[in-house]
Each structure stands twice: as structure tokens, then as C-alpha cells.
Design a binder for this molecule. Structure first.
Ligand code: OOG
Length: 265
């Protein structure tokens, strides 16, 4: 029922074709040319492609376990030349446990970002509820993004269709929301082999990452993404993304929340 309408003039088969191309690019680790080069996608069509792409994954047995926001920070938006907050879906197949190894068949040209994750309760799906009441717990997180487009180049429609570049994610220890304290100005560090490669503040995320919950609820409803209690929400990067190293350890630390680490190679 909560599915965004698609322009009736849009060819539904075309949507499926684009979703298939992205799905294939991901599975074969072979990038495709950005669609906007010859067919710019409006936002409704782009989200229809994304829904079709996620439907292909769930048809293979994957489960949607969360949502991610993109371009909630100016630095990220500037890095990619895109200027609108977008949303994508996370599935269980994208999850890497804290301290574990990134599967080496993962990604075409993956990049990592330090993030804040929220565990959401049942009021997340209730449009009448104050969004901050939906936050059950908070954790430091690492997101691995990967574009299925050649050279990681895309416009807004392209990246929406491509599930907001979602590839994998790892979540550190959860802390109960009422113990976590205010989140609007925590230092964030991304480390590779113990060396800081990017630093920032949670203030970069919409001014306060808590705002991500309301933004996600609005975007999910507007664009027909599943929205329910129990989901994880990645609020968006606090720094520009950094290329994933071929070997080594990658960690994110959020001041007062702790660390999460994954190993590569
Ligand atoms: C799109 C995803 C951006 C974020 O945190 O802003 C994103 C991309 O840059 O490829 O996940």
C-alpha cells in the first residue's frame, strides 16, 4: 500500500531492466555506465528501480533489516556532487559482524565511511509518534559503500536506483538510547591499521544524527520502502568516504560510543 506512484508513462519493463543491470553488476563485480548518460531518471522512477533491485535480493532469500541515508553530510554531498538526502535498504546479507572479515568477493571499488547506527523501536513506523522515541539504542558503525557505476560516477537518480551505493555494514556495541546522551557533537574517527585517515563530528550528520530518524521515516514513506520496528538505521557518513584498503583493519570510533572494526584481505 505504501508504494510511491511511478509515472504511468514510464515503461515498467524498463525499470526491471535497469534493476537487473545493477543486480548483475553487483554480482559480477563489473560496473555499468551511469544511466543518466542516456536516460536520466526522475526520483520516482529511480526509487522504483531501487525497489525492483531489492525485490530481486529478497526473492533470493535476503531479508531487509534496515535503512541507510545518504548525503546527510555536506562533506559527502560535496564529495559526490549530489545535494539531496536519499534512502536505501540494508539486507541481512550485507551485515558483517564486529571484529570479522569482509568477504573478499565484496565490491567493485568499495569505500568506507564512519557512521552512527540507530536501533529503532515500534514507534518508528508510527507517523504520529515523536521520531526520537523510536531510538532504542545507538552504536558506532562502519558502512562499506560501492557504486555499481563505472568510476563511482552518478547523478542523483543513478545513485538512488543503485540502493544509495549500499554494499555492507558493521555495527559496534549497542548502547541504550537513554544512556548514550546527546549525540550532536561527538568526534568521529576512521582508522586504517590504527592510523586516522578521516576525522569529523556527528554534527556533520544533519546537524544532529538524531534527525536521521525523522528523515528516514519521511523518505521511506514517500518512496515505498519497508519501515518497521527492529530495523537498523545508518544515519549517514560523518566524513568523506575513503577507499577500502586491500588488506588490513578498518575501524570507526565515535567518542563516548566506542569502536567497531572489520578486517580485510
Ligand atoms: C552514496 C552513498 C552516500 C552517505 O553516508 O552519505 C552515503 C555514495 O556516496 O556513493 O552512504
Amino acid at each position: 500500500a505504501a508504494v510511491a506512484s511511478v509515472d504511468p508513462s514510464t515503461d515498467p519493463a524498463g525499470i526491471e531492466d535497469l534493476a537487473r543491470a545493477l543486480d548483475r553488476a553487483e554480482r559480477r563485480r563489473t560496473p555499468v555506465a551511469q544511466f543518466s548518460a542516456d536516460r536520466p531518471l526522475d526520483l520516482d522512477t529511480a526509487y522504483a528501480v531501487q525497489r525492483s533491485l531489492i525485490a530481486r535480493r529478497t526473492a533470493r532469500g535476503e531479508r531487509v533489516v534496515g535503512l541507510k541515508l545518504g548525503f546527510t553530510s555536506r562533506e559527502k554531498a560535496r564529495q559526490m556532487g549530489v545535494d539531496d538526502v536519499i534512502i536505501g535498504a540494508l539486507t541481512d546479507a550485507m551485515r558483517i559482524d564486529d571484529g570479522c572479515r569482509v568477504p573478499d568477493d565484496r565490491g567493485i571499488h568499495p569505500r568506507v565511511e564512519p557512521e552512527v547506527a540507530f536501533l529503532l523501536g515500534p514507534t518508528f513506523a508510527d507517523p504520529g509518534a515523536d521520531p526520537s522515541t523510536a531510538i532504542v539504542a545507538v552504536a558506532p558503525a562502519l558502512e562499506i559503500i560501492d557504486s555499481r557505476y563505472r568510476d563511482f560516477r552518478f547523478d542523483l537518480g543513478d545513485v538512488v536506483a543503485d540502493d544509495a551505493s549500499a554494499s555492507a555494514f558493521a555495527i559496534g556495541p549497542w548502547r541504550a538510547a537513554d544512556e548514550a546522551g546527546p549525540l550532536e557533537n561527538r568526534a568521529v574517527v576512521l582508522e586504517i591499521d590504527g592510523r586516522a585517515v578521516a576525522t569529523g563530528s556527528t554534527a556533520a550528520i544533519l546537524g544532529d544524527p538524531v534527525r536521521a530518524v525523522a528523515a528516514a521515516r519521511r523518505l521511506a514513506r514517500d518512496h515505498g520502502l519497508e519501515l518497521r520496528g527492529g530495523m537498523v538505521l545508518l544515519a549517514g557518513a560523518a566524513t568523506a568516504a575513503v577507499p577500502m584498503p586491500a588488506n588490513g583493519s578498518v575501524a570507526a570510533e565515535v567518542s563516548g560510543l566506542g569502536r567497531v572494526v572489520v578486517h580485510v584481505g
